[in-house]
Design a binder for this molecule. Sequence first.
Ligand SMILES: NC(=O)C1=CN([C@@H]2O[C@H](COP(=O)(O)OP(=O)(O)OC[C@H]3O[C@@H](n4cnc5c(N)ncnc54)[C@H](OP(=O)(O)O)[C@@H]3O)[C@@H](O)[C@H]2O)C=CC1
Ligand SMILES: O=C(O)C1=N[C@H](C(=O)O)C[C@H](O)C1
Length: 261
Amino acid sequence: MSGDPVSIAVTGAGGRMGREVIQAAADRGNVDVAVAVNRTAVEPVAGVAVDAADRLGELLRAEDPDVLVDFTGPGSAVAYAEACVDAGVPMVTGTTGFEEGQLDSLRAASDSVPVLKASNFARGVAALRRAIREAAAALPGYDVELTETHHNAKRDAPSGTAKSILDDVESVRGDLDERVHGREGDAPREAGEIGVHARRAGDVTGEHEVLFAGNREAIELTHRAGDRGVFAEGALDAAEWLANRGPGWYGFGDVLDAGRQ
Ligand SMILES: NC(=O)C1=CN([C@@H]2O[C@H](COP(=O)(O)OP(=O)(O)OC[C@H]3O[C@@H](n4cnc5c(N)ncnc54)[C@H](OP(=O)(O)O)[C@@H]3O)[C@@H](O)[C@H]2O)C=CC1
Ligand SMILES: O=C(O)C1=N[C@H](C(=O)O)C[C@H](O)C1
């Protein structure tokens, strides 16, 4: 990205992703973590002191960071978006598992401040999604089954990335209108189904695989995240990009498109 100095606030600073974001900021050099908060008390992360999350509003007003970066949970992300509106701070959120009403609240916040939401900040997943849309268009009538695998501490299923991929496939394949989660029972597959399989095991960072199968051939498109640094890097790219935007609703694709121009 530009390399211009950017100051950020990090919510969920004690979580797996919050820690990764703070470490990636330290490694990057031009990103200063001006505010870091967590719901429960945690020791400093990469030398950055972590405050109580209920002080977020006060800290945003005092430090005036360029962007807030959030990886927490759906309810807290909505509350933090409201704090961003009150303080006039842009928000990047990678949180997943939102219900429709919570997404409406985030979109409402984007009338006042820039909000960038992405279910996955890996560049490889952006490429995977483009390839999946292309395959879906090129293979009409083929059966589609999605499998995602994550660590055993992940709460939401299917993953946010899986839901984004399903939206992509359904936008291209209008004939697929029924998501079948897991399979059980005694009946053949129906036309119109798209199978969705969520696995939770060990410390798997995140894997997404889409199978397109016809009667005499099949292809599988797969992304595997090697570590969480790949998500943190993408989120910081998004934060650097969002710092100079006006209010609006943005995605990671906007950041990547800007990089290609
Ligand atoms: N878009 C992307 O590229 C990626 C998205 N994610 C998403 O990011 C989110 C966080 O993932 P991860 O870091 O692994 O999760 P963790 O469970 O490790 O961390 C969650 C953090 O959020 C905080 N939190 C959770 N619930 C609340 C709440 N109700 N109020 C305030 N704080 C809360 C936790 O605080 P406390 O310590 O007090 O519990 C913790 O700091 C998930 O939705 C996940 O799917 C993850 C990886 C990549
Ligand atoms: O919780 C995780 O770990 C991840 N969550 C995101 C999702 O739900 O898609 C992205 C990534 O797969 C890791």
